[in-house]
Design a protein around this ligand. Sequence first.
Ligand code: K7E
Ligand code: RUQ
Ligand code: CUA
Ligand code: CA
Length: 638
Amino acid sequence: QDQKPTTENALAMGRRKFMNTAALASLTGLVACNNKSGASASAEASGSASAAAHSAADVTHLKPGELDTYYGLWSGGHSGDMRVLGLPSGREIHRIPCFVPDALVGWGITNESKKVMGTRPDGSLKYNVADTHHTHASYKDGNYDGRYAWINDKINARVARIRLDYFICDKITDLPNVQGFHGIFPDKADPVDEKINYTTRVFCGGEFSIPLPNAGIEDGSKYRSLFTCVDAESMEVRWQVLIDGNCDLVATSYDGKLAATNQYNTEMGVHYEDMMAAERDACLFFNVARIEAAVKAGKFKTIGDSKVPVVDGTHAANSDPKTALTAYVSVPKNPHGVNASPDAKYFICAGKLSPTATVIELAKVLDWFDGKLEKIDDAIVAEVELGLGPLHTAFDGRGNAYTTLFLDSQVVKWNVDAAIKFHKGDKNAKYVVDRIDVQYQPGHLNASQSETRAADGKYLAVGCKFSKDRFLPVGPLHPENEQFIDISGEKMVLLADHPVRGEPHDFIIFKRDLLRPKQVYNLDDFPLAVKDPKESGVFRNGKKVTVKLTSQAPAFSMREFKLKKGDEVTLILTNLDKIEDLTHGIAIPKYNVQFVVNPLETASVNFVADKPGVFWLYCTNFCHALHLEMRTRMIVEG
Ligand code: K7E
Ligand code: RUQ
Ligand code: CUA
Ligand code: CA
């Protein structure tokens, strides 16, 4: 029999060892875990963590050649990219450039990538900076379907779509009249058409209020925020909702009927003191079907130059539940994350400035819209204390929620049903199950499959904003610390620390078999493809010159080519190598050009041949024993 330790039995062994420790601890009267005993609970947790530390290493340390069982999609924050991790190892496998240039692949250099990124009339990039926070993927039947992921740019209010077959960004959309685009979430079904049980919309929350339109006249105008719906396929903006207050994070229901955003600035203050003035803010619900009907019926206006229909979602226009487009559920002071539970029943709002989580029952929100619930706040079925600075919540599919406590530097595991019982008056209901110290100040966390109906309760990743002493010092800018936790047992067990470059906020973790990436492009997907080496050459039309080139290891299709000084050149390169992993690159010295072409990919660049001389264009991506010899000469005659 094969006695090799597998991931599964290493985990099981760890748990058994750990159970023994816990059993021992309870015999000696050390187990005292309820909502008021954070200190003793975490002392116990760290004791058991060391008992399990040995097998933890077995779980996260894959042997050479072994593959991870989960994908992680991580946002890159003000690095402006999306990262792909393998888990449980935590290895970064790939970075997907979206909003900002990337020197490795030539994102922002090639015409194809510039077209996605957006350019100014002079051909330069519209933006070079971005701040990505949230990343979520497309759904079918309550689970990821592997088509797309989306990621936001908070700075310039843009949403990018990632194709998950090629792991590339294929579209970027600007949200009109929005600043500080923060929360984002795809829908999971259509609210009306039951056959559409997959993502067709992406909802985007505008965090910063601005004068609408923001045209340079500030006096007297009221600052406002918009909630935006983008079409998942066309990436066109479908509609917007004018609201009272602002939008922070966004969640969607599994039936497609509701989307919601947390609001920390119901005060509509412009200074932080004003934003903290009220004791309660809100979780704002959107009735998706009614909004679409209102748009269809022409009950909208437009703002400034934008043609996007904007419906009225303010309090004043939505006091009658039977016709309301929106509903404002009150939640304590300055909430942050809002997360949908995998049983599809609840949205949970994390309190941030309040030490609480608020559990809102979605069926009751729908009852209110039907005129069957008297007060919208009756949809709140629990509001329980968790600790200081609750930010985001994940789930294990067994009825437990995991919430980050930013100020306490902890993750608290709590049982949602017990919290509801406690809220109803059963003061014996112990809803806090466990606490674990994390290093340090956690923001987002997410569990494997947590944002789907198939939450599997195996792993939890925690994005700690501060790493302090956890890694070798590297000067003033510290990495962040992504911690990886086993949540398969009753108690959480810390498995690993990973340094990450700033600054992931959000991430999702899902089973690897949900994706089937393609590793070779299709030649026909590129309109400019040079399909045969015989098609290569220099094609002149006055000053406008097209250079067509192909690559096949270890050579480019032309050994040299001639240009005249001042030529306006478009260089097109098709990689005709069709085997996996055979990527070529091309660099043009002194012309500031470098990009790669993957198997059967075509890319192009524009430049003016303004420097006469001989220029060795060479392959930058190691491809062959003759990689160093893989070059061609560009001769610019002066
Ligand atoms: Cu909490 Cu932008 Cu999701 Cu950061 S936000 S942590
Ligand atoms: S050459 S293998 Cu510069 Cu040593 Cu790359
Ligand atoms: Cu082609 Cu290196
Ligand atoms: Ca507030």
